[in-house]
Design a protein around this ligand. Structure first.
Ligand code: GLC
Ligand code: CA
Length: 561
């Protein structure tokens, strides 16, 4: 199957399905839910890390790349999962966290014990002459990016948590070791990889201060440097590049469209696609995530439009998504889940699924799960959230304001357990869940969704329509009404030799009032068929100049002549 037909589903194993009552999701739990995933219609599951780890960053701090953490199961559970998934026509994508290892990884432990060979696996540096840290860089989770290297006078670099030490990719032994990890999992039947924060692996051998202590300025010093592309190509050529059906996606922090093209244009031999995040920073105040501000809809549209146009022109390929394990729930963020839960969830889904690229669904999105709005900091578990709670306290913000920021921005928003049913434990666990379940599980759960024509059913149709319609897979993209404050509108167009030109006009209403939409001139009074919609317009269209949209209504019209 061509990449453009696939839809990928992300599982956060900790929170998906617990099979043994310890409150933590596990591999056997995933096996139990394969029927559900097949019913949804997805082609591949991306599993967030389940490798041995001290779990300071929920497994993104890996202490052994080629084993299974006992809390998630065993290697034979994993092998069973690959086999069972295949029977369900589902392939497996694994998360490779190669920018850093846990400080408990054997390599770091050997380095600590004085082994020079392994010290060269990391960025270990002396203090500056004036006694200050090797550089003034900040960790992305708050605080300085350097931590004391054992009992020595040296310091090691960590762009993330202090237990996540950055790997020195300049060392060929590091690159070789990581290639071996990739091959190990390929031999187990894995068919895809998601590479964690891949574009920050190319730090310079000599690290320098950023001009100001400003995280955005600093990023330029270690993001998308030219050597990154070279190393990705090497990884591709020595491992997965041999298999044309392999699917790879690089998580790219603060990247650019040009870089995105250079990573994903097929002639580059690097990756199938990338995740970029600019469209999910439109509710950051002056670039600061830990703030409370309404989202800028025009900017949101403009960023998506730029990426769609730019990547199309450069023959690049986008991963399409609004949710993942690091993001608050998109429906809580961009819509109204209290009054229009169905409309919000389906409108956002349609907006994403009809774009050019490969759509990702994050667990629970397909049943309309929301942010949990925990009121007490003790209910949050995430390391970044806990750090920023302290940082905001130190800045002098009051408890109430801090909690409202955390309710909106915490990564735990998407990490609460999957809501399978209205039973105690939400069908996720028979024990005490590792993170509290959102208290709306009696109303929002998979069991209920499967018994109605709701959000789940809508996702099934979106996935099916992608497979049936080349225009969704391969059509060009053009954005319309970019300055309109209420509607997001775009056209996909497929020019084919033996068929008349087809156009798919996708209209998404972001708002809770009824609102009149004027058809673009070129489409007025023409015959069209509605491919899919979440409200009355789906059935009512008969060639007109203006349409009345309900709250969060969306519709997509196919014009054939
Ligand atoms: C990525 C992961 C995130 C993790 C970070 C460091 O952004 O998605 O969960 O904390 O990398 O590994
Ligand atoms: Ca378990």
């Amino acid at each position: 199957m061509d990449l453009s037909q696939k839809v990928i589903y992300q599982i956060y194993p900790r929170s998906f399905q617990d099979s043994n009552g310890d409150g933590i999701g596990d591999l056997r739990g995933i096996i139990q839910r394969l029927d559900y995933l097949q019913k949804l219609g997805i082609d591949m599951i991306w599993l967030s890390p389940f490798y041995p780890s001290p779990q300071n960053d929920n497994g993104y701090d890996v202490s052994n790349y080629t084993a299974i953490d006992p809390q998630f199961g065993t290697m034979s559970d994993f092998e069973e999962l690959v086999i069972q998934a295949k029977k369900h026509e589902i392939e497996i994508m694994l998360d490779m966290v190669f920018n850093h290892t846990s400080t408990e990884h054997e390599w770091f432990q050997k380095a600590l014990a004085g082994d020079k060979e392994y010290q060269d696996f990391y960025y270990i540096r002396p203090l500056k002459e004036d006694g200050s840290l090797p550089t003034n860089w900040q960790s992305k989770f708050g605080g300085p990016a350097w931590e004391k290297f054992g009992e020595t006078d040296l310091y090691y670099l960590h762009l993330y948590d202090k237990t996540q030490a950055d790997l020195n990719w300049h060392n060929p032994k590091v690159r070789k070791s990581l290639q071996e990890v990739v091959k190990f999992w390929m031999n187990k039947g894995v068919k895809g990889f998601r590479f964690d924060v891949l574009n920050v692996i190319g730090k310079a051998p000599i690290l320098v201060d950023s001009q100001q202590v400003d995280i955005n300025q600093e990023k330029a010093l270690y993001t998308d440097t030219p050597i990154v592309g070279q190393w990705i190509e090497e990884l591709n050529q020595t491992t997965f590049g041999q298999d044309a059906s392999f699917v790879t996606v690089g998580e790219m922090s603060s990247t650019t469209i040009d870089a995105g093209i250079s990573y994903t244009n097929p002639t580059e031999n690097k990756l199938s696609m990338i995740f970029s995040f600019h469209h999910l920073k439109v509710d950051y105040e002056k670039g600061e995530k830990w703030s409370n501000s309404a989202f800028d809809f025009i900017q949101f549209k403009k960023i998506i439009d730029d990426w769609q146009v730019g990547m199309f022109q450069g023959h690049g390929w986008n991963a399409l998504f609004l949710n993942n394990h690091d993001q608050p729930r998109a429906n809580s963020r961009f819509g109204d889940t209290d009054n229009y839960p169905f409309e919000t969830a389906t409108m956002l889904a349609q907006m994403i699924h009809f774009l050019r690229g490969t759509p990702y669904i994050y667990q629970g999105e397909e049943i309309g799960m929301t942010n949990p709005n925990f009121s007490n900091i003790e209910q949050y578990q995430d390391v970044e959230t806990k750090n920023y709670y302290r940082i905001l306290k130190d800045k002098g913000l009051g408890e109430e304001e801090i909690m409202s920021i955390i309710q909106a921005k915490s990564r735990d928003n998407s990490r609460t357990p999957m809501q399978w049913s209205d039973q105690i434990g939400a069908g996720f666990t028979k024990g005490e869940p590792w993170l509290a379940i959102a208290n709306n599980f009696q109303n929002i759960n998979a069991k209920k969704e499967l018994n109605q024509e709701g959000i789940f059913h809508y996702y099934q149709q979106l996935i099916r329509l992608r497979k049936e319609n080349p225009i969704i897979q391969k059509g060009s993209y053009r954005g319309l009404y970019l300055d309109d404050p209420h509607f997001m509108v775009y056209v996909r167009k497929l020019e084919s030799e033996n068929q008349p030109n087809q156009e798919l006009l996708v209209i998404c209403h972001f708002g809770e009032q009824e609102r009149l939409f004027t058809m673009p001139k070129a489409y007025q009074n023409r015959k069209a068929k509605s491919l899919l919609g979440n409200g009355p317009l789906h059935k009512r269209y008969n060639g007109t100049t203006s349409l009345e949209f309900g709250p969060y209504e969306t519709v997509a019209y196919l014009f054939k002549e």
